[in-house]
Design a protein around this ligand. Structure first.
Ligand code: DGY
Length: 422
């Protein structure tokens, strides 16, 4: 069974491959998404390293002059997706969205290099300045004393997590023109964000587009500015990997060391003593979200937190068959089938598992990997899964689920080698 899944996973990657970039899945997501694309590279690295590097090079070809790497690159207009390039009005070299996504690229560039020492060096040398510019953009425009913010829920990748409920309640989405969602023509409405959320997503896009993506303006006026564990922890980890690669190639390191120190200190702002966990901090109100998400457990991936999150991890492992649910099952907003309000996402499990392993919690890392493997092998390559029984949900034939299977969860493929973050 698992070997059949191995070949199915390769077929999914090859089918979603558009030549120089990979779509997450046909129809629902017909463009190049930022962190999806990094996982596509991870998947390709299992059998085609050259194709893996090309994926990342294409992603960085969309980088803006200010360093931002967009969350969507619209290489070829496809009317099956909304909101498309005209709604975003991106200002980069390729039509794009105007926001970014979790910066996991540096970490996986380093993993690819570990597998491709000789040929990889030139690739890494070319990507390093681009990665540095992107990370500097985060520190400059998304940093709040070392905690890293999102200016749109889509930027975090966790689109409709309960973390955004309070900041969204404060938004009155005036001026949003009529629109027609396409996502619910592909996926059951109950598995997607609500219309209430979409009104606010589009309100924030309009605000950015009308400013021509002027970050100083957005920082000043947007009602939505939330420090988020996904961004803070992935950027911290990415900087550690960027530092290691820069050292090895004799590139400057002072600036990167400064960022690491800043985020290590700033991440403490995300610790909510009321729930003894990392969560989101709304910069506009100073309020914590009070919601434990799968992103809360990325602290180990970031090299932070000691054992502080372990009690919650063990509680949630015991509560659900397929950990990690994207929202704590004990939270009142938990919805096990609705996108980021409950379902399990294999990519988050892989990142959390890498962190657990490096922090010396190998048994828990293995448990998470085993459950992820069973979930995929029993239910296929869905976008996400119901934590109670593994029911597949969202899009199917999904690139990043196939990639995580090949590189991490399958018992019959070789696991990706990533140097430990130091
Ligand atoms: C979507 O359209 O659902 C995406 O998550 C936005 O990036």
């Amino acid at each position: 069974m698992t070997q059949m899944r191995d070949s199915e996973a390769r077929v999914i990657l090859d089918t979603n491959d558009k030549g120089s970039y990979t779509v997450p899945t046909a129809g629902l997501y017909p463009y190049q998404w930022n962190w999806d694309s990094v996982f596509a590279a991870v998947g390709f690295s299992e059998y085609d390293l050259a194709r893996a590097w090309l994926e990342l090079e294409t992603l960085f070809s969309g980088q803006w002059d200010n360093g931002m790497v967009p969350h969507i690159l619209f290489h070829q207009v496809d009317p099956s997706y909304f909101p498309g390039p005209d709604v975003w009005g991106g200002i980069g070299p390729i039509p794009s969205s105007g926001i970014s996504q979790p910066p996991i690229a540096a970490t996986f560039v380093r993993c690819l290099w570990a597998q491709d020492r000789a040929a990889g060096e030139a690739k890494v040398r070319a990507l390093l300045p681009r990665l540095r510019d992107w990370h500097r953009w985060f520190i400059t425009w998304r940093g709040e004393g070392g905690a890293i913010c999102v200016t749109h829920p889509w930027e975090s990748g966790r689109d409709n997590a309960p973390d955004w409920d309070a900041p969204f309640a404060a938004i009155n989405p005036v001026g949003v023109e009529d629109y027609r969602r396409r996502d619910i023509t592909f996926v059951d409405e109950d598995e997607r964000p609500r219309h209430y959320d979409y009104d606010r997503y589009l309100y924030l896009v309009k605000l950015g587009r009308e400013s021509h993506w002027d970050e100083a303006h957005i920082k000043e006026v947007s009602p939505f500015r939330v420090a988020d564990p996904t961004m803070t922890f992935t950027l911290l980890r990415a900087n550690r990997d960027l530092l290691a690669m820069s050292r090895e190639l004799g590139e400057p390191t002072d600036e990167i060391e400064g960022w690491i120190a800043e985020i290590e200190a700033g991440a403490e702002q995300l610790w909510n003593p009321e729930i003894d966990a990392y969560d989101c901090l709304d910069i506009r109100t100073g309020q914590h979200s009070g919601s434990i998400s799968n992103a809360s457990f990325l602290s180990w991936y970031a090299g932070l937190g000691g054992d502080r999150m372990l009690p919650h991890l063990d509680r949630i492992f015991a509560a659900t068959r397929y950990a990690l649910p994207s929202t704590d099952p004990d939270h009142p907003a938990y919805e096990p089938r609705r996108y980021w309000r409950g379902p399990v996402w294999a990519i988050m499990n892989m990142l959390v598992g890498m962190g657990l392993e490096e922090a010396g919690h190998s048994d828990r890392a293995e448990e998470l990997r085993r459950r992820t493997g069973e979930m995929i092998s029993g239910n296929g390559f869905a976008e996400y899964f119901d934590p109670r029984d593994g029911t597949p949900a969202g899009g199917r034939n999904f690139t990043w689920t196939a990639a995580v299977w090949l590189a991490w969860a399958s018992p019959t493929t070789e696991r990706i080698t990533c140097p430990a973050s130091s």
